[in-house]
Design a protein around this ligand. Structure first.
Ligand SMILES: Nc1ncnc2c1ncn2[C@@H]1O[C@H](COP(=O)(O)OP(=O)(O)O)[C@@H](O)[C@H]1O
Ligand SMILES: [Mg+2]
Length: 331
């Protein structure tokens, strides 16, 4: 087990999740596999509805009612998270694994002073530490995430803080137990662009200082590419491309990745109108397993793409789910 700890912190293997909608079971995640090493930032990207949040909720053991893991494994440092009891999961959550959500208000209790909320997270996992020391550790953590005048801020309520400050409080809550994995689900999407940049900077700094692995989720490839070592591109519940960030960006193999890349503001075609991929992500009940998930929006789609779902192909250290990757057609 110690060997696993050295090399792989999080391993998701062939994970499928089913959910019951409209009277039938639909695959909301279809054989998702990726691994993250200690200290690595791995980015999960895809448009809304692709299954990013479901992936993070499955890891945390927090799937909504009606959804269940139908196959696969989730291992944290070699430990099988899917076989843990609810009590064991509670100790993993907020301890070894912490989560930062998109909307800070959903993670904060409006009726409790913000400092107290950070302190409670710590106390839950460190019951033997004295009250004075717990307070000191809390104030220190507030400084670490870039908050000032922390003694008075401790007593303030969430509504008295700006969006960026609230997200810093949420990050402090996530970090205070020194988790080895942080799942950040669209942590900057609700913030202004300048605050967004500051929070990304903070997350990167924390990742370096604490050596924690980060699973960073965003619909925005522009954000993902500035923070992540590895990119996992999801489309309609499946992974369509994964690899090292610079390689995926330099030579995106999947038409969907190329579409996402073209739609980033400030991408190559400056001056031209911002590109957006025509069409939309199909709702769960319309998805079919025996075809490429992207077929309806792909300008390169051929006969075979309508009748068979391509496997992931390994090409130059990257994996791409497309029949036509590597056929010499690169634009
Ligand atoms: N509680 C739920 N019940 C039924 N379907 C859901 C539920 N939550 C999400 N879904 C569906 O699951 C799919 C994936 O959702 P989600 O993981 O939230 O996507 P993302 O985070 O990438 O936007 C979507 O099609 C969404 O409509
Ligand atoms: Mg989401």
């Amino acid at each position: 087990m110690t060997e696993c700890k050295e090399h792989i912190r999080l391993a998701v293997k062939n994970l499928s999740v089913e959910i019951r909608t409209g009277g039938k079971d639909c695959k909301v995640l279809n054989q998702i596999s990726f691994t993250a090493k200690p200290g690595e930032i791995i980015g999960l990207v895809g448009e809304s509805g692709c299954g990013k949040s479901m992936t993070s909720l499955a890891i945390m053991g927090l799937l909504p009612s009606g959804a269940c893991v139908s196959e696969g494994e989730i291992q944290m440092e070699g430990k099988d998270l899917l076989s843990l009891s609810e009590a064991e999961l509670c100790s993993v959550r907020g301890g070894e694994v912490a989560m930062i959500f998109q909307e800070p208000m959903s993670a904060l209790n409006p009726l409790i002073p913000v400092g107290k909320q950070i302190e409670e997270c710590y106390r839950l996992h460190h019951k033997a530490v004295s009250a004075i020391q717990t307070r000191e550790i809390t104030l220190d953590m507030m400084r670490t995430v870039g908050l000032s005048r922390v003694e008075s801020l401790y007593h303030e309520f969430p509504h008295q803080l700006s969006g960026g400050m609230k997200q810093r409080i949420v990050i402090a809550m996530a970090l205070i137990n020194r988790p080895r994995l942080i799942i950040a689900d669209e942590p900057t999407t609700a913030l202004d662009v300048t605050i967004q940049a500051q929070i990304l900077e903070l997350l990167k700094k924390m990742n370096v200082e604490y050596g924690c692995t980060v699973l960073f989720i965003s619909h925005d490839l522009g954000v993902i590419r500035t923070v992540c070592d590895q990119i996992v591109v999801m489309y309609a519940g499946r992974i369509v491309e994964q690899g090292k960030t610079e390689e995926v960006l330099k030579t995106p193999g999947h038409p969907y990745t190329r579409g996402l890349l073209s739609s980033i503001a400030g991408a190559k075609n400056k001056g031209e109108e911002l590109y957006s991929i025509p069409g939309y992500v199909e709702p769960l009940e319309k998805r079919e397993e025996n075809r490429c998930p992207f077929v309806k929006r792909c300008e390169r789609a051929q006969e075979v793409c309508h009748i068979t779902c391509p496997d992931m192909k390994e090409i130059q250290g990257r994996k791409v789910r497309c029949f036509y990757e590597g056929d010499g057609r690169s634009e």
